[in-house]
Design a protein around this ligand. Structure first.
Ligand SMILES: Nc1ncnc2c1ncn2[C@@H]1O[C@H](COP(=O)(O)OP(=O)(O)OP(=O)(O)O)[C@@H](O)[C@H]1O
Ligand SMILES: [Mg+2]
Length: 456
């Protein structure tokens, strides 16, 4: 009896491998500068793919744009060994990254692979690189103070749990040192540090010298130095945020330190210019300014009763120019800024925090009235001294001509000492507030009587 065609095909099917789904792939047609072009493969912006190298292994890339039927790819690592016509295979799964308590004390790169030679990472969970976006109305408001272990900040620029601040300074003024002190002295449950686009040498120095064993034990470090591809640097910034989100969702009080937001913006600029977006402000294409809030808005408080991410982002103000477009954009989207002054650093006054130029927008909500009033008083007296500083230094100020200035001269040394903090000296929040109460008397305690014009 003749076997029907259907039966024959059904039998033959058993001999075929199980996963015989056709594999979709495209071809590499062009490589210019940082971007690669591919045809023949339908992919959407944000998709990941693997490009088969000739001699080296496969290179991971991400779709960053398209034109007609060509898609633009940005590789995650170096592209040596790719040839025209190389196969481009789309990856179906979204990017997943390792998270979990095993990350504590570890240093990883932008894809979550360990860099510290302490063996492979057996992370508890793999999560999507993009965390859930919290409805702003469901976020807990910033109401509690956060101890960052720096006296000048704790007392005069008190930070709230879930607040996001910028640390604005030119190069070499002490940003990294200050972040390192915070990691060692903060009372946050966990610190997540993102070293984005800084010098490779600095990564090692930061971990060994600034962070030290003690700081590293309670921290997770994500490092992507300047020689990483721009996409890797962006991923590292996102991974830093994602790890912080994971710990926040576990109910932890997280401190996120990112050094630097400017390098993150520059990585975005490199990508945007490479795919042909026109530059707008000082060479930055508009998409850079859209990307900044997308990163920063992910930190902050979670739902009420949950954990929090208090974040510090360093912002490089080139040539100490506070009008830099990234500095401007950052100032607008952050809830406060701490400015480091080159003049103070040159005088050897560290941390070089310029208390007059710095502001914590949530301070009134997280401090009591007495503390807030005394911090204001400190700033007024300090400011009065700075105004008269030039006159005083050339001996042109006549003591007795202005009681408020006399008062400032009398207290300036104590104030300077209060603001100064050694690298190894911790300054807990309560102790900082108590010291503030002692360093400058309140208005009613032995102040000159004619200070009413001192502004408040
Ligand atoms: N608290 C401090 N005590 C003593 N010296 C300090 C302190 N902070 C910074 N310095 C000095 O300033 C130098 C530069 O500091 P740091 O590397 O933190 O600056 P930066 O702003 O991060 O620089 P860059 O922009 O190059 O990354 C240090 O090498 C050190 O000599
Ligand atoms: Mg630095």
């Amino acid at each position: 009896m003749a076997i029907s065609l259907t039966d024959r095909l059904t039998r033959l099917k058993d001999y075929l491998p199980a996963n015989l789904a056709p594999e979709l792939s495209g071809r590499l047609t062009r490589s210019v500068g940082l971007t690669l072009e591919c045809v023949g493969c339908p992919m959407v912006v944000g998709d990941r793919c693997l490009i088969q190298g000739e001699t080296t292994g496969a290179v991971e890339a991400e779709v960053v744009g398209f034109e007609d039927d060509r898609v633009y790819l940005m590789p995650l690592t170096a592209v040596e060994g790719l040839r025209p016509g190389a196969r481009v295979v789309p990856l179906s799964a979204a990017s997943r990254v390792p998270v979990g308590p095993e990350l504590l004390g570890r240093v990883v790169n932008g894809t979550g692979e360990p860099l510290d030679g302490k063996g492979s990472l057996k992370a508890q969970a793999q999560v999507s690189l993009f965390g859930e976006i919290i409805n702003p109305l469901n976020r807990a408001p910033v109401r509690q103070s956060m101890d960052v272990g720096i006296r000048a900040i704790n007392a005069l620029l008190t930070v709230g749990q879930g607040q996001r601040l910028g640390l604005f300074a030119g190069s070499g003024v002490g940003k990294s040192m200050l972040l390192g002190m915070m990691t060692r002295f903060t009372d946050a449950d966990i610190t997540v540090v993102g070293l984005i686009g800084e010098r490779g040498r600095e990564v090692k120095e930061f971990i060994e010298d600034i962070l030290g064993e003690e700081g590293l034990a309670r921290s997770v470090v994500v490092a992507s130095p300047a020689d990483d591809s721009p996409l890797m640097r962006l991923r590292a910034a996102m991974l830093t945020t994602r790890i912080a989100e994971y710990f926040r969702d576990q109910g932890k009080r997280v401190l996120l330190l990112m050094d630097s937001l400017t390098r993150y913006a520059q990585a975005q600029r490199e990508i945007a210019l490479a795919v042909g977006e026109p530059p707008a402000t000082k060479g930055y294409p508009p998409s850079v300014f859209a990307k900044l809030p997308q990163l920063v808005e992910r930190t902050g408080n979670g739902k009420p009763g949950g954990g929090s991410i208090t974040a510090f982002y360093t912002v490089l103000t080139e040539g100490d120019d506070q009008q830099d477009p990234i500095a401007d954009a950052a100032r607008a989207i952050l809830d406060g800024h701490i400015v480091l002054s080159r003049r103070l650093a040159e005088e050897g006054h560290y941390p070089a925090i310029d208390v007059e130029a710095s502001v914590s927008r949530v301070m009134p909500q997280v401090t009591d009235d007495a503390h807030f009033a005394r911090a204001q008083r400190f700033k007024q007296v300090y400011s009065r001294y700075q105004q008269a500083r030039d006159l005083i230094s050339v001996g042109a100020y006549v003591p007795g001509s202005d009681p408020e200035t006399d008062f400032a001269i009398e207290h300036i040394e104590a104030m300077r000492q209060f603001l100064h903090q050694g690298l190894r000296e911790s300054a807990p929040l309560q102790a900082s507030i108590e010291q503030l109460m002692n360093v400058v008397p309140g208005r009613t305690e032995g102040n000159p009587s004619s200070v009413s014009g001192a502004g408040s």
